[in-house]
Design a protein around this ligand. Structure first.
Ligand code: ADP
Ligand code: MG
Length: 342
């Protein structure tokens, strides 16, 4: 086993009855890595996590962890921790006893247990809450208890399935930082599921973008954000102007449109973020159909022969009136080059 494939999924196919939810998934995760599974609802994120945790037997393929084939190993013998969106704490037990629960099942007691649980609570900043019941905690604090409960078991991999989606925006930010800190301090290998690209970009060492039960792209946050490989990933990370290329020209609803610069060889498509569209000059013309003010910027929706175009410009520039006609450019240098369009 190399550290770079501490956890390895080989051609993993996962089904519910006749329904295939994940097909031929290959993924290698390094020891100590924080990997985000990112994708829309129903793409197979939870199914993949359940298989890693041992809660779902693969139809085919293998799972390797720390040098051992665990495909047929039962869930409680895998050393894989799982934290869900719902915290599933025992309401009648104190915070201390919730965190101690799994350790007691393993036969731990006395001083050892106390030291371990207190260490876990300290690592998530809950040392002063050991005697409380879950109902006396905020959502964020409950989520920390769930995290501590998994961490004290010293899992080889910790799986978190949309752990922050029940929290309000401010708490989510706080917990995001907390997760990152705990992960870096303990070095635990972590897989984090989210449908929120901002969360994935902020947290992960590497992002796995999933679609329809398969992997669209694997890369660093910078790769995914700046160099999406497909139209789907581009759209998902905010390139709102995505075009297929045909013979080096942009494909539109009723033909093709010539670009000013040459498109990169082998590109199947080009994509521009709204701020990469230059408004005011250029070979194309569009009519302002919508405008929204966003503080530092204004976003325009243009009706153009290319279809609808979204452009974002500095709000200190004079505003363009609704219905006015403007020139604009789609500079090739500012585009992401897609190797796959479909
Ligand atoms: N228990 C189940 N029985 C049948 N189909 C399921 C079950 N759970 C999930 N699915 C299907 O498997 C696919 C993947 O689901 P899931 O892994 O939960 O997606 P995600 O977590 O990415 O939202 C979806 O099409 C979903 O409808
Ligand atoms: Mg899910």
């Amino acid at each position: 086993m190399s550290d770079a494939s501490y956890l390895r999924l080989d051609k993993l196919t996962l089904s519910y009855g006749q329904t295939v939810a994940v097909r031929d998934l290959d993924l290698s995760i390094g020891r100590g890595e924080l990997v985000a599974l990112l994708g829309p609802s129903g793409c197979g994120k939870t199914t993949t996590m359940r298989a890693i945790a041992g809660l779902l037997t693969p139809t085919s393929g293998r799972i390797n962890l720390d040098g051992a084939d665990i495909t047929r190993v039962s869930a409680n013998k895998r050393a894989v921790g799982l934290v869900f969106q719902s915290y599933a704490l025992f309401p009648h037990l104190t915070v201390f006893e919730n965190v101690a629960f799994g350790l007691r099942l393993k036969g731990m007691g006395g001083r050892d247990l106390e030291a371990k649980v207190n260490g876990g609570l300290k690592s998530v900043g809950l040392s002063n809450f050991a005697g409380r019941k879950p109902a006396e905690l905020s959502g964020g604090q409950q989520q920390r208890v769930a995290l501590a409960r998994s961490m004290v078991m010293e899992p080889k991999v910790l799986l978190l399935d949309e752990p922050l989606s029940n929290l309000d925006a401010r708490l989510r930010l706080e917990m995001r930082a907390e997760l990152q800190r705990v992960q870096k301090e303990t070095g635990v290998t972590m897989i984090f599921v989210t449908h929120d690209q901002v969360e994935a970009l902020a947290l992960a060492d590497r992002i796995v973008v999933m679609l329809n039960g398969g992997i669209e792209q694997i890369g660093t946050p910078e790769d995914i954000y700046n160099r999406p490989v497909s139209a789907f990933v581009a759209d998902f990370v905010g390139f709102e102007n995505v075009f297929e290329l045909r013979d080096g020209k942009l494909k539109t609803a009723d033909g093709t449109v010539e670009l000013v610069g040459a498109a990169p060889r082998n590109a199947a498509g080009l994509a521009w973020r709204p701020r990469a569209v230059s408004l005011g000059s250029g070979p194309f013309r569009g009519t302002v159909r919508g405008m929204s003010f966003a503080g530092n910027t204004r976003e325009y929706l243009l009706d153009t022969p290319l279809g609808a175009i979204k452009a974002e410009v500095d709000a200190t520039l004079p505003a363009h009136a609704m219905g006015s006609t403007l020139n604009f450019d789609l500079p090739v240098a500012g585009a992401a080059s897609l190797s796959r369009y479909g």
